[in-house]
Write a protein of this length. Structure first.
Length: 303
């Protein structure tokens, strides 16, 4: 057994022992679960227990992909239709064998598309390819890139594609710039989630502009999911502490020295950040201290 697998077993056992059974959230999607999920992530018509969304690219093989997704606890996995076989090539291994749609919500995305027309065509193809399992495949991730160097979103083309897809009945989660005005326009079009980048795709730089993200969070009435730029578990925790509904990542896990162990760390980072957000942090008090122990009845007094 590999070191990472042993660590995973120990971590999972310790976590299970430390969390009361009454507060443990189910690991399956609420669309499949028979009991309501406490603090579920609601996106469009769908409900999920996990707030970590995981990409499926850049792993060594489909087996490593499967192990990382399992360790992450993610229920939503993104699939780059142009780069991943989900049935286009009947003679090649399919991602669906490792991550069956009966267990995971596959989120087709338009990675590699640079025009609205290409993005719309790609998601129409994805819906057709996935229709054989009788599932609901209207939930998609729209991503229209501006240039291959920065992979920054082309917002005019993104808006154009979003309008078409929403009109055709897709539930659109949309990768966008961290511009609160653009986020508001996308919500007005009918997108079910806005996904501002934290920093450039694959950079691992973390949240570089938390102020803009806060502006988006203040006005949004749909889930705000941080997409791109997360590098480690603390980045994910910070995003969740700010009030983001979830975090989507790929490279941060796939490019880690031990992807499976990093996936488990990301799971805990997202969970810890969400709990801290719900608990409400103490106020920051500049240049002022407050003792944590009682001050009454102490021996002696402050000068």
């Amino acid at each position: 057994m590999r070191t990472s697998e042993r660590l995973m077993e120990v971590a999972e056992r310790d976590a299970a022992a430390s969390v009361p059974a009454a507060s443990a959230a189910p690991l399956e999607s609420a669309s499949r679960a028979t009991q309501p999920v406490d603090d579920a992530l609601t996106i469009g018509r769908h409900r999920f227990a996990s707030r970590l969304l995981l990409g499926t690219g850049k792993y060594r093989d489909f087996e490593q992909t499967r192990l990382a997704v399992e360790a992450s606890g993610a229920e939503i996995v993104t699939v780059a239709i142009r780069r991943t076989n989900i049935g286009q090539d009947a003679n090649a291994p399919s991602l669906l064998d490792a991550l069956p749609p009966s267990r995971y919500t596959l989120l087709p995305n338009t990675a590699g598309c640079y025009t609205a027309d290409d993005a719309v065509r790609t998601l129409r193809l994805a819906r057709e390819l996935l229709s054989g399992d009788d599932g609901d495949h209207t939930l998609v991730k729209l991503e229209v890139l501006g240039d291959p160097h920065t992979l920054y979103p082309d917002m005019p083309e993104t808006l154009k594609a979003a309008e078409i897809l929403v009109r055709e009945g897709f539930e659109v989660m949309v990768y966008c710039s961290d511009d609160p005005i653009q986020a508001r326009v996308l919500e007005g079009i009918g997108c079910v989630a806005v996904m501002p980048l934290a920093s450039l795709i694959g950079s691992g730089m973390g949240l570089l502009n938390p102020w803009n993200l806060r502006l988006i969070l203040e006005k949004a009435t749909v889930p705000v999911v941080v997409d791109a730029g997360v590098g480690t578990a603390s980045d994910a925790a910070i995003a969740m502490e700010m009030g983001c509904a979830g975090v989507l990542m790929n490279t941060a896990v796939a490019a880690a020295r031990d992807p499976v162990l990093m996936a488990a760390a990301m799971k805990r980072g997202v969970e810890a950040g969400r709990m801290a957000y719900r608990a409400g942090r103490m106020p920051k008090k500049t240049y002022s201290a407050s003792p944590s122990s009682p001050t009454g009845g102490v021996i002696g007094s402050a000068a």
